[in-house]
Design a protein around this ligand. Structure first.
Ligand code: DQA
Length: 146
């Protein structure tokens, strides 16, 4: 099973950025843990981050064509603004789990709405970076047809 974990703007700053909201782990720490989880489950992981909306669209389009079986996607601020990313996820037609480190539903009102949620398989929010692990476990389970 091939899984893409894709991260949107400012997540390259994880660990330094507003640690009281997002914690002290870096994106490299998350990547290392997910790689281990993938290995333990015989899955291949591709891990990417971009601060650019169009680059994220390109990466999702690539995933639609390269045999990727599922996407773990933290669109970050684009969650709340991007019709282009929603269209890309809808077009790819792959199981996609939307992940947010923080609980967007108990933050500012503008974070409550996700353009992506209606085209995603599910959403995980508020579990810290463990949300990425949960998303991978969900995709692995779906891949086995459970
Ligand atoms: C985030 C929540 C978004 O509202 C915010 O813009 C982010 C990170 C999260 O992981 O909690 O950049 O997606």
């Amino acid at each position: 099973m091939k899984i893409l974990c894709l991260n949107g703007p400012n997540l390259n700053r994880l660990g330094k950025r507003e640690p009281e909201i997002y914690g002290s782990e870096t994106l490299a720490d998350v990547e290392e843990r997910l790689r281990q989880l993938a290995r333990d489950n015989g899955a291949d992981l591709e891990f990417d981050q971009s601060n650019h909306e169009g680059a994220l669209v390109d990466r999702i389009q690539e995933a639609a064509e390269d045999g990727t079986d599922g996407i773990i996607f933290n669109p970050a601020a684009y969650t709340h603004t991007s019709v282009a990313l929603r269209d890309a996820v809808a077009d790819a037609g792959l199981p996609t789990i939307e992940v947010h480190i923080s609980n967007i539903h108990k933050r500012e009102a503008f974070r409550h709405h996700s353009y992506l949620a209606p085209v995603c398989t599910g959403q995980i929010a508020g579990m810290g970076t463990y949300g990425y692990d949960l998303a991978m476990l969900a995709l692995l389970r779906m891949g086995k047809g459970e």
